[in-house]
Ligand binder design. Structure first.
Ligand code: SF4
Length: 169
């Protein structure tokens, strides 16, 4: 049987697929977020961003705010550097007719938030997307989202997420 790929791509924050990377005590799922099922059901390919905090400070890092990360020597440059392989992949996909749907971040993360205040990794990510003239579409996993919501609630969030996956948001 021949399987034809959807040729649709979404970029997600690392911990959307792997909550093991989160500051201990702040995990919201045993592994990946159940909302990933929504992406899989649509046949959308997933590019996982690296977790900048895990790579820079490790698994036992404390919880810190954006200001603390901004004042941490080398952290912003680290974020810029680890994004380079992601942009190489996106360029290759875009040059070969694949559709980039946007990036899925984590609301209120000092590194991966997309709404105000934007996290440091996502600032770098979006600056580069703008510079390249690529799509600025994004969606965030809201702070209230936890594994136990699974697929039934809150419906507004999942409806919005589907609109994003359909390129309408
Ligand atoms: S830095 Fe980003 S990917 Fe890493 S745990 Fe925080 S929100 Fe998730």
């Amino acid at each position: 049987m021949v399987i034809y790929p959807s040729k649709k791509i979404i970029v997600v924050s690392h911990c959307v697929l792997n909550q093991n990377a989160v500051v201990h005590g702040l995990e919201r799922a045993g592994g990946g977020f159940p909302l990933v099922h929504e992406i899989l059901k649509e046949g959308i390919g997933i590019i996982q961003l690296p977790c900048p905090e895990f790579l820079y400070l490790g698994s036992t890092r404390p919880s810190m705010n954006k200001n603390e990360y901004e004042n941490m020597a080398g952290y912003a440059e680290h974020c810029q550097k680890i994004l380079e392989p992601i942009f190489l992949q996106l360029k290759e996909y875009q040059q070969n007719g694949y559709t980039y749907l946007g990036v899925l971040g984590i609301q209120e993360s000092p590194s991966c938030s997309l709404s105000f205040p934007r996290g440091i990794l996502m600032e770098k990510y979006m600056e580069e997307m703008e510079r390249k003239g690529w799509s600025m579409a994004y969606f965030e996993v809201p702070v209230f989202y936890e594994e136990e919501y699974k697929e039934e609630k809150p419906e507004d969030f999942l409806s919005s997420f589907h609109l994003f996956l359909e390129g309408q948001k």
